[in-house]
Write a protein that binds this ligand. Structure first.
Ligand SMILES: [Ca+2]
Ligand SMILES: [Ca+2]
Ligand SMILES: [Ca+2]
Length: 139
């Protein structure tokens, strides 16, 4: 009987540890994931999340966050060429790294708009970007 109680206590501790780990891992991963992006100001957490956890908001992933996760938490050309939030601006254009090489375009240190929210404020839309890209590729 004593063995059963001890086993039950250990099982409860293990379950509690699992709950803590599941809760802690996504929170710990956020700054590391953010550091993989060449530019993340001014949106910070809101680049990937519906709202910024820093502001006590929802930690649900936005469309860009889902694509970043599906891309194995990597920022690259494949992700830069997507328009995760379907607002007409490619992720790379919104994020300020149009070729997805993790080096910001020019001296950009701020996002032009959020790749996870329909807020494309740039005049450089998918069509314009495609035309510009074709121009450079034809050289
Ligand atoms: Ca977009
Ligand atoms: Ca770049
Ligand atoms: Ca956007």
């Amino acid at each position: 009987m004593r063995r059963m109680v001890r086993f039950g206590n250990n099982l409860a501790r293990l379950a509690a540890l699992a709950v803590v780990l599941v809760w802690a891992i996504p929170v710990a991963a956020t700054p590391q994931d953010m550091a993989k992006l060449p530019v993340f100001e001014p949106y910070r957490c809101a680049v990937c999340h519906v709202e910024s956890p820093e502001n006590g908001g929802d930690t649900t992933l936005n469309p860009f966050g889902n694509d970043f996760l599906a891309n194995l938490r990597r920022w690259n050309l494949a992700l830069a060429e997507l328009d995760s939030d379907s607002d007409g601006c490619l992720n790379g254009v919104e994020l300020g790294d149009s070729d997805g090489d993790a080096v910001a375009d020019g001296n950009t240190d701020r996002l032009t708009s959020n790749p996870g929210a329909a807020d494309c404020g740039s005049s450089l839309d998918v069509t314009t970007w495609g035309e510009l890209k074709a121009l450079f590729e034809s050289r």
